[in-house]
Design a binder for this molecule. Sequence first.
Ligand code: ZN
Length: 465
Amino acid sequence: MDKDLKIKAIIFFIVFIVSVTTFLAMPKINLNGDSIVNLEYGHKYKEKGAYVTSFFKKQDAKIKIDNKINYDKLGSYEVKYSANYLKRKLNATRKVNVVDTEKPKIELKGEKTAIVCPNQKYKEEGYSAIDNYNKDLTDKVKVKEEENKIIYEVSDSSKNTTKEERSIKYEDKTAPIITLNGKQDMTLYLNQTYTEPGASALDNCEGDISSNIKVEGNVNTSILGTYKVTYSVKDSYNNETKIDRNVKVVPRPNNRDKTIYLTFDDGPSAGITPGILKILKEENVKATFFVVGASSNLDYLIKEAYNDGHTIGLHTYTHNYKTVYSSVNGYFDDLTKIQNRVYNITGNKSKIIRFPGGSSNTVSRNYYRGIMGILTNEVQNRGYQYFDWNVDSNDAGSARTSLDVYNNVTRNLNSKSNIVLMHDFEGNTKTLNALRDIIRYGKENGYNFDSIKLDTYPAHHGVNN
Ligand code: ZN
């Protein structure tokens, strides 16, 4: 039995060897390179060729290669090799897998580290995903928000996955922006009213914070100069913005075309003032009376002038140089006296004044050196305005006749504002008699007549004391 088994094994072995040898010795097509090739999408397959063997020897036989690869589509393709050898048809196949192992690419719009207001959520700035095979994968991107991070993830159809991250920094280091209403550099005339134009503030995180704006600084339009109004605002994270407005207070320019401001000083008087009021009324002209503290019997003239629409200015109560120019307090005591007197008659607290002798007078030097420099500033500090003149009728000086008065006025008119100095003190008939002709001359030559208001061009003289 042992022997039989041995023989059987030997026979089996021999048959096996012969079979294998016969099989290997049969003519066949051999492939150069691997029989299964993974070809990355987008690459070209490189044919490595094949050859025929028979009895372990390479044979000279022509091989036909049939390549059915579709490079545009992932998948498994065959390259078929065929040959005719000794009337036998030989075949072989190489498998080519077109594969995609390349990951998609995610591109983030905006910064990779986004700065976000602490009181806000991150607002997506956008992204795109492109894959070499699937092309646009933007719609497939999954966006996840984690602590201080946004994660973008996308996979292509071959399960190649890409991740991108955007860091989020919650902070506010940007100061608000203040926008001034109106101009940053403003110019106002003396005694014009400054109305705070306001401002608005916009913060990057908190929006409109205009109500937090602090406004500091005062504009005193009764004093010439440049004033600074400061606007400041802070957001909740202590970012502060400050901006200044410069307000320049300048003297009113003489830019009113062809206007005559008739002014009568030192009245009222019983002999002259009624006649002047009559002519003004008949000619429908408004004027200005710089009154002094005359007898209370004449109060009715001040009342009448006021009721007729003329301006009542203050020329001091006493018109006494020594009284008004010996001290600043003396001046203001006297001024207050006439102001109260006029107030009691008219109900109006006049702030319109004329210095006895004008602001350029040198008489005051006899009493107090430099007092006009002080008073001209101080009256404006206290909200008054003083008016000098730029046309002098000389009716308190060299003019002897009404023709002199007429000529002195009409020959010196300019084409803008004319503040004409005249007087209605007792006995000044030359002015009374010249008045209607002066008015007629003005009307015929295109002048307007007006009374002085607080903001009228003041025709200030140079101060000489
Ligand atoms: Zn006077």
